[in-house]
Ligand binder design. Structure first.
Ligand SMILES: *[C@@H]1O[C@H](CO)[C@@H](O)[C@H](O)[C@H]1NC(C)=O
Ligand SMILES: *[C@@H]1O[C@H](CO)[C@@H](O)[C@H](O)[C@H]1NC(C)=O
Length: 112
């Protein structure tokens, strides 16, 4: 019984931390994964799944340190995308109606 309670407590702490913490780069990559076709210039407009990811990403960027860490992730992710249309990357958040303060770019400055 005590053991069941402590396992539940550990799970609850894990979930609380997952919500409070900045997403890992893996999670950031997963959020923007549906945008790859748009970023490569293959899709005319960002579509639902992609914008859903951008909105989710926006929700994780609440403070300047959040932005710095998400920015650092995007900077490592950007060069690994098969094709990155920089102009499209720059307007992606706005195309989704999100005022995200980070652009997907290999040359983004994460310190400002
Ligand atoms: C993006 O995040 C900001 C700050 O948390 C929030 O005010 C805004 O409503 C969010 N935008 C969308 C479209 O979710
Ligand atoms: C965007 O980020 C910069 C640097 O962190 C900050 O000075 C600026 O206020 C932010 N703008 C918005 C709309 O969050």
């Amino acid at each position: 019984m005590g053991r069941v309670v402590s396992v539940a407590a550990v799970l609850m702490i894990a979930v609380a931390c997952a919500n409070a913490q900045v997403p890992s780069c893996r999670e950031v990559a997963r959020m923007i994964a549906p945008c790859v076709a748009y970023l490569a210039g293959r899709a005319v407009a960002p579509y639902g799944l992609c914008c859903g990811g951008v909105v989710a990403l926006n929700r994780t960027v609440l403070t300047v340190p959040d932005r710095t860490s998400v920015c650092a992730c995007l900077k490592t992710i950007a060069p690994r995308l098969p094709i990155l249309n920089i102009a499209r990357a720059a307007i992606l958040p706005r195309a989704c109606g999100v005022d995200l303060n980070v652009t997907i770019s290999p040359s983004i400055d994460c310190d400002t």
